[in-house]
Design a protein around this ligand. Structure first.
Ligand code: GAL
Length: 682
């Protein structure tokens, strides 16, 4: 369920670790933050031992002193539950709480996120520490909200402990009831994998060729999501008993094997995200290549922000990278260039954020992250980053009317958790999605076509779809039949749907039912898939669509029309001349079936076909280097223009606009400076 953060003004925050610094520094730190416009601190997410240094003995004085000081200074606080870093006494005494590697070796204390989310002991001890914290601090006036855990499923999203296997069996019993039904659903007849007792079932253990039963592996990922949600719900239910009215409950980041809409539905008020666009510049990676992501670099982070927006249309950034760096051992990144901290803050705001909190106030002097640079360096002197935060603070005054405004897109690209999880273990459809989605994002970015990601959630409504003129469902292998009915209604009322290859060829367990692909969508597109093949380099084939020759990478489906029309055929390969793209009109709209992965060129061609490029064309003429992102609030459009390059970018205002950040008027020719941002209003 979509749920938004509700702020009354755009707010700046910072991640602060009182436990990392002498107490004598706190007051000055808070003063310096406030002077820079930072009015919220997030604290305590790794501080379990400050509350429970030894088992069952709770102390609160440390954060009492911090919260009282914050209150005195006028600093607001987001308080965290510390369950991502259980103390050494806990994991030594109760090793069953630890996560394990697939071979059963326990993941030991010394890093973070080393526990499972299923062991009854861990759940009990987490519930207890959260209850103690919430009961003690819940009414503190400085607190405005709660973060549960930290980046769940980040360090790993797979769990292999004994308690996971025990809980997985219970999950399967609840879901299937009998072993017979389980065996049927999991296709265990293949290679003689039938289970004769629940005790024979484990979360995936090492197998030859790292290829466990794919249906059970998919089920395991659904179970991981369910366990994480239950872990959050356990904590959220406690926090709800003690929080003050209006204080929110959230968590940070978006990671694998977790259905965030379901998480929102069951436990949170909204989600926040941790934005690290500098990962695009990681040293020694392949980001410099010619892929769409490689070309967009930090601009490609907008795709992740679109995904956040699909869960919480207005969200917060709980951590925004403010320096370069990484760990002692990995995640090497150069320092962000002057202007990029400010640019990235606006990138998030443009995409729907109303709260930006920086990671972190000051670089830590100890531990794995001594190179993960904060706003201030170890030596505590003022930095250029602090200067950029101060500039932001001043500029945000001009955007006071924006808070709660919504990013406005006419194109949505759908995603589907179960299809993604299945695709991780299926090289015949999984690898199509990443490039296709990124190519659509690229084409939308370059052609100034605002784009949303849309979760194909079980509560998706026709009304939600009707907000879009074009819906792209790239490779939704496990497309539910019920969704096809909704899509049919959407098309009948004038919507346009484009499906990509491998749509709907699997059922909810990842089995291939004996019916033509794309399953229930076949009626909508007026045809079926006769056969498919991966495309080896020495057997390329292209298509001609709308008069343009387009590459078709990775996989081809040879189509056959029923009552649809053929829009494109293959050239080359043994299926030369066969249909590659179909279209069928339905009511006032239509559906297309595209029998391959989407190249950038194909995405551009289809956007042009839909007449959706240059959304700002009546007002502005922009070069491809500038991102255009509109947010709307009460009849007002806030047009964000973002320049991710180190070069000035000239553009044209077709009518007069005011840059709300500076009050400057622009009409006719204008220039967006290197790493520059403007927010144009009438
Ligand atoms: C985030 C995490 C922070 C810190 C940061 C930099 O993923 O939540 O605790 O580790 O990355 O590595």
């Amino acid at each position: 369920m979509k749920k938004s953060m509700q702020m009354d003004h755009l707010t700046l925050g910072v991640c602060y670790y009182p436990e990392h610094w002498p107490e004598s520094m706190w007051a000055e730190d808070l003063d310096r933050m406030l002077a820079a416009g930072i009015t919220v601190c997030r604290v305590a997410e790794f501080a379990w031992s400050k509350f429970e240094k030894t088992e069952g003995v709770f102390t609160f004085d440390f954060f009492d002193r911090f919260l009282d000081l914050a209150e005195e200074k006028g600093m607001k606080v987001i308080f965290c539950t510390p369950t991502a870093t259980p103390p050494a006494w806990l994991t030594e005494k109760y090793p069953e709480v630890l996560n394990a590697f697939p071979d059963g070796t326990l993941v030991r204390h010394g890093m973070r996120c080393h526990c499972n989310h299923t062991s009854p002991v861990f759940l009990r001890l987490c519930a207890r520490v959260v209850e103690e914290i919430a009961a003690h601090y819940g009414k503190h006036p400085a607190i405005i909200g709660w973060q549960i855990d930290n980046e769940i499923n980040c360090e790993t999203n797979l769990y292999h402990s004994e308690s996971d296997s025990l809980a997985f069996r219970e999950y399967l019993k609840r879901k299937f009831g009998t072993l017979e039904k389980l065996n049927q659903a999991m296709g265990t007849v293949f290679w003689n994998q039938e289970y004769t007792s629940w005790d024979e079932i484990f979360v995936a253990r090492p197998t030859l060729a790292d290829s466990p039963n794919p249906h059970l592996l998919l089920e395991q990922k659904k179970f991981i999501s369910e366990s994480a949600i239950a872990f959050f719900k356990l904590q959220a239910d406690i926090l709800k008993k003690y929080r003050k009215p209006g204080d929110f409950i959230t968590t940070n980041g978006m990671f694998g094997h977790l259905d965030y809409l379901e998480l929102n539905r069951q436990a949170l008020d909204f989600i926040t995200y941790d934005s690290y666009p500098n990962f695009a510049y990681s040293m020694g990676t392949t980001n410099a290549n010619a892929s769409a992501a490689g070309k967009l670099k930090d601009r490609s982070s907008g795709l992740s922000l679109s995904r956040v927006r699909s869960v919480s249309p207005n969200f917060g950034i709980m951590e925004q990278q403010s320096g370069g760096g990484g760990w002692q051992t990995r995640l090497t990144q150069p320092a962000p260039l002057p202007g990029q901290l400010r640019l990235w803050a606006y990138q998030s705001i443009a995409h729907g954020a109303d709260f930006i909190s920086f990671f972190r106030w000051r670089t830590c002097t100890v531990g794995t992250e001594i190179y993960w640079n904060g706003i201030l360096p170890w030596d505590n002197r003022d930095s250029r980053q602090l200067g950029e935060v101060k500039r932001l603070q001043n500029e945000l005054q001009g955007l006071s009317g924006l808070t709660g405004g919504k990013y406005k897109a006419k194109v949505a690209v759908g995603y589907h958790y179960q299809s993604e999880w299945d695709g991780e273990g299926d090289v015949f459809h999984g690898p199509l999605s990443g490039p296709s989605v990124m190519n659509w994002f690229y084409a939308c970015q370059i052609s100034h076509t605002p784009m949303d990601l849309l979760c194909l959630d079980r509560e998706l409504t026709l009304e939600a779809l009707q907000g879009y003129e074009l819906l792209v469902l790239p490779h939704i292998a496990l497309l539910p039949d019920s969704l096809c009915e909704l899509l049919e209604a959407y098309a009948a009322q004038g919507g346009r749907v484009i499906f990509g290859a491998r749509t709907g060829f699997k059922d909810e367990f990842g089995r291939c039912p004996m019916r033509p692909t794309p399953g229930a969508a076949a009626r909508l597109v007026g045809g079926t898939v006769r056969e498919y093949t991966l495309v080896p380099e020495d057997r390329p084939a292209s298509i001609t669509l709308f008069g343009e020759e387009l590459p078709m990478p990775l996989l081809h489906e040879v189509l056959e029309e029923t009552d649809g029309e053929v829009l494109a055929r293959y050239h080359g390969a043994y299926y030369d001349g066969s249909p590659a793209v179909l279209r069928k009109r339905t009511g006032k709209g239509e559906a297309l079936y595209f029998g391959g992965a989407f190249s950038e060129e194909a995405a551009f061609a289809l956007l042009r076909y839909a007449g959706l490029t240059e959304a700002c064309g009546d007002d502005l003429l922009l070069p491809p280097e500038i991102e255009y992102a509109p947010r709307e609030k009460d009849e007002n459009t806030f047009r964000f223009l973002l320049n991710y390059t180190g070069k000035p970018q000239p553009f044209l205002c077709k009518k007069p606009f005011t840059d709300l950040l500076t009050g400057e008027l622009h009409s006719g020719e204008a220039v967006l400076p290197p790493f520059g941002v403007m927010v144009l209003g009438e």
